[in-house]
Write a protein of this length. Sequence first.
Length: 169
Amino acid sequence: MILKIVKYPDPILSRPGEPVTEFDAELRKLVDDMFETTYASQGIGLAAPQVGVSKRLTVIDLSVGKEPKDKLVIVNPEIIFAEGKQYEEEGCLSFPEIREKVVRALKVRIRAQNEKGKWFEMDAEELLARCFQHEIDHVDGMLFIFRMSALKRDLNLRKIRKLQREGKW
Ligand SMILES: [Zn+2]
């Protein structure tokens, strides 16, 4: 089932998600729906707060559904190591039409649980590292617009307000 994606400035996007404690059929259904919703929007990642569920859960798939092995379910994640710097363009399904360069660590190691509750650690760099940081920000209630320079943030907030006035947001 394709879920409705919550757009900025819905307050759920700015609220830290609750830890996931039940690894049950309901969670698996939410994960399946989140992947379906990500693919329908041609996205590479989605966090539960973006579909109105305030939980520490994200799904990531850099292949956008083409490679089953690229499907990652990241539950209760934390970044345990970060190094280096990258400055690349990002988008966000909760900010349609907004794309902007954001500073991120080049490499990260995360610790998280999978959809069955099993803990794992995973290293990532470049695009996947950026995706981890973007999605883990979401479960912490942090949005990429607040990682931009003040100038770019203001420009984008103005663009959003204009789209809202025109009924296009
Ligand atoms: Zn996002």
